[in-house]
Design a protein around this ligand. Structure first.
Ligand code: NDP
Ligand code: GDR
Length: 345
């Protein structure tokens, strides 16, 4: 019988790539969607016709119990979150509720539906439903060592990072308290043509396309010196799946081990369209964050050795892929007007 997976955050970047990957592996896949008439649900339904949907919200305990009970999943991937870091200074309580307490709610739903009522004190994780939590390199925050591995201490620099640290520890705690097979992937930044327009790589690739077509001239950015370890989302969802196929539940760092600055990202993206980034990029101090994560780089040695996972897409290739996709889309929208507007991911 085919395995059943439930994915929260199905309308986001990673949700769609993970669903495609699991369907290709022969899974039946349900995506949790929230709200009435969520336009992002229609978009992902069109992209992935084999996907099924179930209603629910990480803010609503009862809805998660119902969703888990209805789907009876073998694996739950909790990708749902308010994922844009600056939002977490504007709405810290909301972000804590969704990204932190939301993880607890999903673990409680799994515990209730699986009948894992009592604390076992065990640490091997033999619950029936396997659980993946989308932890983040933002938990490392202020860097105490580089590169960062599973042993590096956390020092989050945003309410987002703090909430993710709670989600990380509560997953560990349910593993140790109830034997839930719960793992966290500490994923470093990963991007794609489906990345939200608010994140810096996509903001750049979208602007490059508009500038190339003469529809825009300037691109406002914040801290050009920030350094990230950027990979391709399509590669990273393979690691999520592999983590839930292991005999033992444990957490893994996932990244590429390579560092680039925001300035590099801009240069590579503009070059991909034969443009000079320095003629178009303007630094806007309003976009600099109250507390910045200056530099991140993954030591993903454990994932390589134990999961057999390697990233396949390099940073230059990734930025070019995003620029090409946005150029194609912008060209179609220009030539076909309103009809195609918003049709891009
Ligand atoms: P996106 O921002 O693209 O997607 C976020 C998803 O969360 C959307 O589907 C959104 O659904 C959903 N969501 C928001 N609020 C709720 C809620 N209250 N209940 C249920 N679902 C909700 O994120 P990514 O795909 O990029 O990231 C996936 C996960 O991985 C996130 O948890 C993110 O924090 C984490 N992560 C991401 C990294 C990256 O570089 N991409 C790196 C490390 C971690 P809706 O359409 O309803 O708004
Ligand atoms: P990040 O991604 O905060 O690392 O979180 P983002 O792309 O937003 O920022 C990366 C770096 O670029 C700098 N930057 C800008 N960022 C944005 N968004 N817009 C700008 O104009 C700009 N100029 C400079 C930022 O200051 C930052 O240093 C992402 C999200 O996917 C999280 O959910 C995830 O947990 C982490 O990656 C790992």
């Amino acid at each position: 019988m085919s395995k059943r997976a439930l994915i929260t955050g199905i309308t986001g970047q990673d949700g769609s790539y993970l669903a495609e990957h699991l369907l290709a592996e022969g899974y039946q896949v349900w995506g949790l969607t929230r709200g009435q008439a969520n336009p992002r649900k229609d978009r992902v339904a069109k992209l992935i016709p084999d996907l099924a949907f179930v209603d629910g919200d990480l803010m609503d305990q009862g809805s998660l119990v119902s969703a888990v009970d209805l789907v009876q999943p073998d694996e739950v991937y909790n990708l749902g979150a308010v994922s844009f870091v600056p939002m977490s200074w504007q709405q810290p309580e909301l972000v804590t509720e969704v990204n932190g307490t939301g993880v607890l709610r999903m673990l409680e739903a799994i515990r209730m539906v699986s009948g894992l009522g009592k604390s076992t004190g065990g640490s091997d994780g033999h619950g029936q439903i396997r659980f993946y939590q989308a932890s983040s390199s933002e938990m490392f925050g202020k860097v105490v060592e580089s590169p960062q591995s599973e042993q590096t201490p956390f020092h989050p620099r945003s309410p987002y990072g703090v909430a993710k640290a709670y989600g990380h520890y509560i997953t560990q705690n349910y593993r140790e308290s109830y034997g839930v097979f719960g793992v966290s992937g500490i994923l470093f930044n990963h991007e794609s043509p489906r990345r939200g327009a608010e994140f810096v790589t996509r903001k750049i690739s979208l602007a490059v396309a508009q500038i190339k077509l003469g529809l825009q001239d300037k691109l406002l950015l914040g801290n050009l010196d920030a350094v990230r370890d950027w990979g391709f989302a399509g590669d990273y969802v393979r690691a999520m799946h592999l983590m839930l196929q292991q005999d033992k539940a444990r957490d893994y760092v996932v990244g590429t081990g390579r560092m680039h600055s925001v300035r590099d990202a801009a240069r590579i993206a503009f070059e991909a369209a034969d443009l000079d980034w320095e003629e178009h990029v303007v630094v806007d101090p309003a976009l600099v964050r109250p507390a910045e994560v200056e530099t991140l780089c993954a030591d993903y040695g454990d994932a390589r050795r134990e999961l057999g996972w390697e990233p396949e897409t390099g940073f230059v290739e990734l930025m070019r892929m995003m620029v090409e996709s946005d150029l194609r889309q912008a060209g179609l929208e220009r030539d076909h007007g309103e009809l195609l507007a918003g049709a891009s991911w």
